[in-house]
Unconditional design. Sequence first.
Length: 227
Amino acid sequence: MSETQGKALFNPFVDEAKWDLSTLTYEAWLDLIFQHPVRVEEETNWYWEDEWEYKISDNQIVFGYLSKLFFDSRILVERYRDEQLEQGFWFLLGPAGFSDVFWDQNIDRERRTAAIRSQAILFKELFAEHPLDTSVNMWWDLFENGYYCDHQPVDDDDAAIQEAILWTLGDILGMPEWHCVGSALHGLNHLHHPRVPEFIDYFLATKQGLDEEWIAYALLCREGKAL
């Protein structure tokens, strides 16, 4: 364990409930997400406890922190254990986390689509070597649930976001690591973009080493019928 991994838990909520996360430095924001004792399965995760309620007065700041994390995630393995990353990533995009900032149209659309595309970098630089437990497979499920990707785009912003997700999943689908491939298929399953079948057909035609189980799963995802 590194010196950073062994440091005292950062808890900005000791003195004030509903802490404004927009006031945190990037490093303090990372600690808020990842620097927690690892809970056993039957325990309630820390972010569901009342003392962890927070507010965000400026989505631009938190969005910038998310973008920075996706572009350069290597800092995480220097600061935290894999078990802490697992907990933190479940929080990051889950119902108690920050995925809503991607749908905030007050943030420039090009910045938001670029941040979505940069999640392929997160997979290649972090998740490829650190499969974690379930958070990698559920990454796109969590991300897309915040966006309700089962609907048809209602405006240009919707369409641009869905297109960015589609191409990011296509990038990850081409990775050699099977756990990353599975995460991308899971994401395509939930996306409901009209080109999803085309992407999965190309995957089935070109991916080496597919066995019957992978083919069956990909075909389920093609129809949006996988769990």
